[in-house]
Design a protein around this ligand. Sequence first.
Ligand code: PMP
Length: 457
Amino acid sequence: MDDRERRERHRRLWEADHRHLWHPFTQMRDWLREEPLIVDAAEGVHLVDTLGNRYLDGVSSLWCNVHGHRVPELDAAVRAQLERVAHSTLLGLASTASIECAEELVRHLPSGLTRVFFSDAGATAVEIAIKMAFQHHQLRGDERRTEFVALHGGYHGDTLGSVSVGGIDLFHRIFKPLLFDVHHAPQPYCYRCPLGKALPGCGMACADEVERILAAREGRVAALVVEPLVQGADGMITQPPGYLRRLRELCDRHGALLVCDEVATGWGRTGTTFAVEQEGVLPDILTMAKGLTGGYLPLAATVTTEQVFESFLGEHAEKRTFFHGHTYAGNPLACAAATASMTLFRERGVGAAVPAKAAALARALAPAARLPHVGEVRQRGLMVGIELVRDRATKEEYAYALQAGHRVILEARKLGAILRPLGNVVVLMPPLAMTEAELTRLAGITLAAIEAATARL
Ligand code: PMP
């Protein structure tokens, strides 16, 4: 394709996109005013657009890429599965690919989590966790345990159940009339503590608030639903050490299940295969998606302990059936990709390499401390949020309408990296396969983009 043909093709796709597509989490009026970046191909940790430009994939597409793109082992696994069967069901049938996938998955899970319920997205995995926790208590005769507790700033997906336990005002407020009631506790956002306190003197007063709710609703709470270590979508809000452990103790004390949503933090992202490992916490239910297939295909899992599973066994079969299932649950193509991805993860020591890479990224981001409009850099492993502020001293925020984060990502594109902001927080979620040199380049582009964009605000 010569340059002219490439431009014409780009133009045609651009027009068709603007005519037919409705993009998720996108202000469409703004979208229709801008020329879209149209991804056409990928090589390793780079994405290539329709004009032939190469970009470092700074956010792993949508936080899901692990080994890079076009990984020979993953491609081969999907092709081999295509030669056998592309689709079968888990409703009343088993399939080789899903069994092998579950078996490999359990090898990676914290010991004690042994039951795998497949679905197809992070939101469905959470939806399932909510219904499972609820039914678990019902089946044990604890019929008053119908309520849920979650955190402000939490994000668990976009279906109504996962939005109910979500706590991001901007996204969730409008749907409030459609949601079930959830008790939301203040989030551990130390940079802007909602309780106006500070560590270590506060003694984690935000966790005390969780306890206050559990005590006030004694015997009524089915589960506490949280993102462990980092609340991702609210702007990479990192939790202080010991916070998750406290939540585990509180759930034990008050008889609620602990649901840890590892859709974003799972699969090596924070420096351990699952974030809960860093706190020595065993949740009753753990949800995952994204990195499970290395980001290749839609697959999610809700995993539980035998104790939760056993509630669903025994007398009164109809009552003890979990009436939930999706057509594409445990899809064989997705399972084959997941098994290959998890095998690579284990054999290549992908998770074990994260701490050194994270340290390199932190070093490369250190100059951010000197930028006048960077309030805080929050990092756990290869999960980073850089909070932009109008004024460092007062922590004054940029007004939403200024689109500070969006301006940064437009600058980053010019410099060769794809990023996606969360409001005024610039996010880095690179594929775990990025080398230290690539991470350093990504950090350099990010800081230069922040400088260029904020200088003009
Ligand atoms: N939970 C968490 C913690 C997430 O970060 C996300 C997605 N960003 C989800 C759930 C929803 O996953 P999905 O988009 O696959 O539905």
